[in-house]
Design a protein around this ligand. Structure first.
Ligand code: DAH
Length: 330
């Protein structure tokens, strides 16, 4: 019988030792099962109770319960400690660094071509220009004949044309919109015609598709000095108040006289930015205006070129590649 007591003491002491030494919750559970489980050490000892004397049995039972309680308490305490420890480790490893800058929102932005188009329209809009548009697939007649470029005229070679079919082209310039506007609008005609144009041409400075904006001002009395005034205003608003302009005589079939227009750039440079001139009488004739009654001027420019000058962009192709590293700078 003293045998059972000492067995109990041995199991209890060993269990307490193992509990104390357990380094994690899984080990602790193994200890619990091996001592208190159905087939655990304690149950095994109590199986020998039958051979003990009637007098000793309750004492052994009480001693066993005593150990059970002690072991349970020790398990509970250790478990609490190990759980706290596990939580500490987790908190330490999952710590959030609240000083890290946040990622920020990705905001979309307008393409530099759209931005520049809008800026040109807003600027000239203050002088009373409205917007007029036309189709990109245009008749050969409106793209050429109607702006005084007859068939077989050498000026057609200046604009390598995409033909869509007999008599149908992709418009090579926004000047193609002029005749539509002159035929459909009441005087004064004061319009800006923005849009995509197409030419069979492709390298670092030429794209088969690019954008132009055309200006047209027709009224009873419109002079070359009105044209110069409008262009001067435009240049100063776009490129800075100290900007000057200079006109060099040039040939465009739809104007007479015609000029290429430069803007001053820095101290001693001039950059060509547009073509302009007084509307050729032939265009008024084709628009069906009574001879000698209308006067007007027109000008046309490449929008990419203006955008490149404004932002110091040196390669036209960047405009069409859709690279966000480029686009997000605007
Ligand atoms: N259409 C011309 C081009 O594409 C640009 C131009 C020049 C337009 C002179 C005009 C102008 O209205 O007067 O190169």
């Amino acid at each position: 019988m003293s045998n059972l007591f000492s067995q109990l003491d041995g199991i209890g002491a060993k269990a307490l030792e193992q509990i104390e030494g357990a380094s994690d919750l899984a080990t602790l559970e193994l200890v619990r099962v091996s001592v208190l489980g159905k087939k655990g050490a304690l149950s095994e000892v109590l199986k020998g109770l039958g051979s003990a004397s009637a007098e000793d049995r309750p004492k052994i039972g009480a001693a066993a319960n005593d150990w059970k309680r002690k072991i349970e308490e020790a398990l509970e305490k250790k478990k609490g400690g190990l759980e706290d420890q596990a939580l500490e480790t987790r908190l330490a490893s999952e710590r959030i660094d609240i000083s890290l800058p946040s990622r920020g929102l990705h905001k979309g932005a307008l393409h530099p071509i759209t931005q520049t188009t809008r800026r040109i329209i807003q600027t000239l809009g203050r002088l009373g220009f409205d917007i007029a548009t036309g189709p990109e697939v245009e008749t050969e007649f409106l793209n050429f004949e109607a702006v005084n470029i007859p068939k077989d005229h050498p000026a057609r070679d200046m604009q390598d044309t995409f033909f869509m079919g007999p008599g149908v082209v992709l418009r090579t310039h926004t000047s193609a919109i002029q005749m539509r506007a002159m035929r459909n609008q009441k005087w004064p005609v004061r319009i800006l015609c923005p849009g995509a144009v197409y030419r069979c041409d492709s390298d670092a400075t030429h794209s088969p598709m690019f954008h132009q904006i055309e200006g047209l001002w027709v009224d009873k009395k419109v002079s070359m000095s009105d044209l110069v005034g409008v262009l001067e205003f435009f240049a100063k608003e776009m490129f800075g108040s100290s900007t000057k302009i200079r006109l060099r005589p040039s040939f465009f079939p739809f104007v007479e006289p015609g000029a290429e227009v430069d803007v001053s750039w820095g101290k001693d440079r001039w950059l060509e930015v547009l073509g302009a001139g007084m509307v050729h009488p032939r265009l008024f004739e084709m628009a069906g205006y009574p001879a000698g009654e209308a006067q007007g001027f027109a000008f046309g420019m490449g929008i990419e070129r203006i955008a490149m000058l404004l932002h110091g962009i040196d390669d036209l192709r960047l405009m069409y590649q859709g690279d966000v590293r480029f686009l997000k700078q605007f």
